[in-house]
Write a protein that binds this ligand. Structure first.
Ligand code: NIG
Ligand code: FE
Length: 412
């Protein structure tokens, strides 16, 4: 089946170089083509050009963009979309002055979600998660990573990962799965953190790998959660089972998570609200993608990551939503891009590059996703006509998306 999109006002996010990430000052450039068409065939981008050379419409489903803009779908490389219910009581606790760490210490936070997940059937978890998947698709996401980490027992970690697997099999967007057994210490191991880490390494990782339930392994390496040594141990065992690391690092403190992630060739280190110059330096010249989650800083009212410093140091940076019930209850990548511009002074082009190509790279998927490139998966959205690129993050709540195309098919 062929899909021909014609009368595109501006085609955004073209890349003909085949690069797998965009770094430093190059992030400020995003290639565009005005007055364009795009042809998708067999789920991939087949060709594009200007309206003067519009190919024959014969045998194609034709979509008239009517002057609207076409953008590559957002890639969201960090989410916790599978969770039971919601946690607005903690939201109220925060309003009344408690910090995220204080709530966690009282047994709330991640453990609260683990209790709820335990009491919820796989079927119901799947139903709730699919509602969130529909929500993010409507907001322009075409590739998403989903973490476990609300199980915290062998059985419940397998349960959440099986739900992720089912989403992967049934959802129109592409899904990658991450095992995050070391998100918090499970209740049964209270006061025995190192035994819990052993359990993660000895029992959970092999079981997860045996069922082929995860692509990546993650650890919450931060103050009050897991140490650098524990993180290193888990990454090492993960690597033995073919799971590359994506690490939660430096959300609550300069945790050493960035350095240990780099040392173990992590695919990404995520959060980075607490970053010094040494951590930026540690990332230079590595393959580890620093990933920022400004929806979390917004929700918790904490410092935003130093995006400008990182880009000025020549690093590639990625953006993701962190969609989860405790620190970022939204998967709206367009809002993430707006926050990146408003709060971290990233230009709209930098923020879009970070939320597409570089976020795809943070899942090891930029060969197939994240830009308008011949041969890549045809995942994109079409907006109403826009006055400029900057309008997208500027008018951050105005609904502009008119059509969504996933794997070359119009999504309705
Ligand atoms: O990325 N920081 C650790 N994990 C999540 C929050 C999880 C939760 O509070 O439920 C995050 O912010
Ligand atoms: Fe997270």
């Amino acid at each position: 089946m062929k899909l021909l999109v014609k009368n595109i006002g501006t085609l955004v996010g073209i890349d003909e170089s085949g690069r797998l990430r965009v770094c430093g000052s190059d992030m400020a450039n995003i290639a565009t083509l005005e007055g364009a068409w795009l042809l998708a065939e067999e789920g991939r981008i087949c060709d594009y050009g200007t309206m003067g050379n519009l190919p024959s419409e014969e045998g194609c489903e034709v979509l008239d963009a009517e002057g609207g803009w076409l953008f590559p779908s957002f890639c969201d490389s960090h989410t916790h979309i599978v969770y039971a219910g919601s946690r607005e009581q903690e939201f109220l606790d925060k309003i009344n002055g408690l910090s995220y760490e204080e709530i966690a210490k009282r047994g709330g936070g991640i453990l609260n979600s683990a209790d709820r997940l335990h009491d919820t059937s796989e079927e119901e978890l799947y139903r709730q998660a699919m509602e969130r998947i529909d929500e993010i698709i409507a907001m322009g996401t075409g590739l998403v990573e989903i973490k476990s980490g609300y199980g915290l027992t062998l059985e419940d970690e397998l349960k959440i990962l099986r739900v992720i697997k089912r989403i992967r099999e049934n959802s129109p967007i592409a899904v990658r799965a991450t095992f995050l057994g070391a998100h918090a210490v499970g209740r049964a191991y209270k006061g025995r953190q190192s035994d819990y880490v052993d359990h993660v390494c000895r029992d959970m990782i092999p079981a997860v790998a045996k069922e082929g339930l995860a692509d990546f392994v993650d650890v919450f390496c931060d103050k009050g959660f897991f140490t650098v040594e524990e993180t290193a141990k888990i990454m090492k065992v993960g690597a033995e089972y073919g799971l590359r690391a994506k690490i939660h690092a430096n959300e609550l403190a300069v945790s050493g998570g960035v350095e240990v992630g780099v040392e173990h060739n992590a695919l990404s280190v995520d959060h980075l609200e607490s970053m010094g110059d040494e951590q930026i330096e540690a990332l230079r010249g590595t393959n580890t993608m620093p990933t920022m989650l400004p929806g979390c800083a917004f929700f918790l009212g904490i410092t935003y990551p130093p995006a400008r410093k990182m880009i000025n140091a020549g690093l590639a940076v990625a953006l993701a939503s962190d969609f989860n019930p405790g620190t970022a209850p939204s998967g709206n990548m367009r809002f993430v891009v707006s926050l990146a511009s408003i709060k971290m002074k990233m230009t709209p082009a930098e923020a879009l590059n970070a939320a597409t190509l570089n976020s795809a790279a943070a899942m090891g998927e930029s060969k197939d996703y994240g830009s308008i490139t011949r041969g890549k998966v045809a995942n994109f959205y079409i907006t109403k006509p826009l006055p400029s690129l900057a309008y997208l993050p500027y008018a951050h709540q105005t609904p502009v998306i008119k059509n969504i195309v996933l794997k070359g098919k119009l999504y309705e």
